[in-house]
Design a protein around this ligand. Structure first.
Ligand SMILES: [Zn+2]
Length: 377
């Protein structure tokens, strides 16, 4: 199955418009994927997700394995049936959550022992088991189990984590091939390898070359945007991008600020996800083409204009800043829903603008126009 097609390359930058073909439909890139960690995009219904044009969702093996549990998902025909979502879902392997949420974590060469953050029960993930779990979830894009390190990490710790991540990716790939051998090619999920290496550019380059050799269907860049400086992040990303083939999709895990997404697409990254647009929405923060906005701020009390005059979402079409400000101060639930829809639509629209600009060969001008307006206020 030819699962990735570059439709247009920008003239001056590495930005590109492409399409990822999954077993549940096409994903046009650059793409922003709303996060549905618990099998729901927080405060956003399936109908709203369809309306804002969400082509792919992000979910998580660690969380779904612990709750509701894989037997439940299997009973409902996988996550898509359970949450009544027809489109593709990408699942993170859970390496980051084992690292960040669970207690009593112990990593061996074979896998990782950990205690559930919910009830303390003991569990053991291996690269092979995580492939099997994603088969039970039924997601369209799977990822290999990786080892995450804290930031900042010593070079020694980063090297050790990278060594294990590489070995585990080899095992995951071998098991994936075995598991999907008899599938109809059109039904086969895709497998992405995760590129680690902390902020060490030589380790990042080595990790990227190794994942390229393993002939993964795509590449996920993990362990960035976790507290390092912007310069370190972009240098590490550049080292990765220089060493990945151009004929596969690249996904930057957990990156959700519009300016960072523009800068990453310029280097050739195709896919993004982040919890921030919906989390910040619940805290009253809106992303707009004129910068970030806090709806509770005093100047908006009697403002009858929409959040973002350039946005076509249900929130901006129907409600004023003054009303949203009132809802937020009154702690009304509707404001979380409306701002979540708006923030997601804003980022999805941004990636569409990037796609069109890459196709027109005008990415640099489009990025400058965005940055000028976004950073003005
Ligand atoms: Zn809007």
């Amino acid at each position: 199955m030819e699962h990735f097609k570059v439709l247009h390359n920008d003239k001056e930058t590495a930005a590109r418009a492409a399409v990822v073909k999954t077993n549940r439909g096409l994903v046009h890139t650059p793409v922003f994927m709303p996060v549905a960690t618990q099998g729901t995009v927080k405060a956003v219904s399936q109908r709203d997700l369809a309306e804002i044009g969400a082509e792919c969702l992000l979910s998580n093996t660690y969380h779904l394995y612990l709750r509701p549990g894989l037997p439940t998902l299997e009973k409902f025909g996988g996550l898509n049936g359970f949450m009544n979502h027809p489109g593709p879902v990408l699942t993170d392997s859970g390496g980051f959550q084992v690292y960040s949420l669970s207690r009593l974590r112990k990593i061996t060469d074979n896998g990782v022992h950990f205690s559930s953050h919910i009830d303390g029960s003991p569990h053991f993930f291996t690269p092979e088991k995580v492939i099997d779990y994603q088969a039970s979830i039924g997601s369209s894009i799977w990822t290999c189990l990786d080892v995450c390190v804290k930031n900042p990490a010593s070079r020694e710790d980063a090297m050790d984590a990278l060594k294990k991540t590489k070995h585990w990716a080899e095992r995951a790939k071998a098991h994936f091939i075995e598991k999907t051998r008899h599938m109809d090619p059109a039904k086969r999920p895709l497998l992405f390898g995760i590129v680690q290496g902390s902020i060490y550019t030589d380790l990042r380059a080595e990790a990227a070359r190794h994942m390229a050799e393993l002939d993964m269907d795509g590449f996920a860049v993990g362990g960035l945007s976790v507290g390092e400086s912007k310069a370190q992040m972009m240098e590490s990303l550049a080292a990765v991008m220089e060493n990945l083939p151009k004929n596969k999709p690249v996904y930057f895990m957990g990156l959700g600020t519009p300016d960072d997404i523009w800068n990453s697409v310029e280097l050739g990254v195709d896919m993004f996800d982040c919890v921030l647009p919906t989390r910040n929405a619940r805290n009253g923060q809106a992303l707009t083409s004129r910068g970030k906005m806090y709806v509770k701020n005093a100047p908006y009390k009697n403002d009858d204009s929409p959040l973002d005059p350039d946005c076509d979402c249900i929130c901006c079409r129907n409600y004023s800043k003054g009303y949203l400000s009132h809802l937020f101060k009154s702690k009304e639930l509707l404001v979380s829903q409306l701002l979540s829809i708006h923030n997601l639509r804003f980022l999805i629209n941004q990636t569409k603008i990037m796609r069109l600009a890459a196709a027109a060969g005008t990415f640099k001008q489009a990025k400058k126009a965005f940055m000028d307006a976004y950073q003005k206020e």
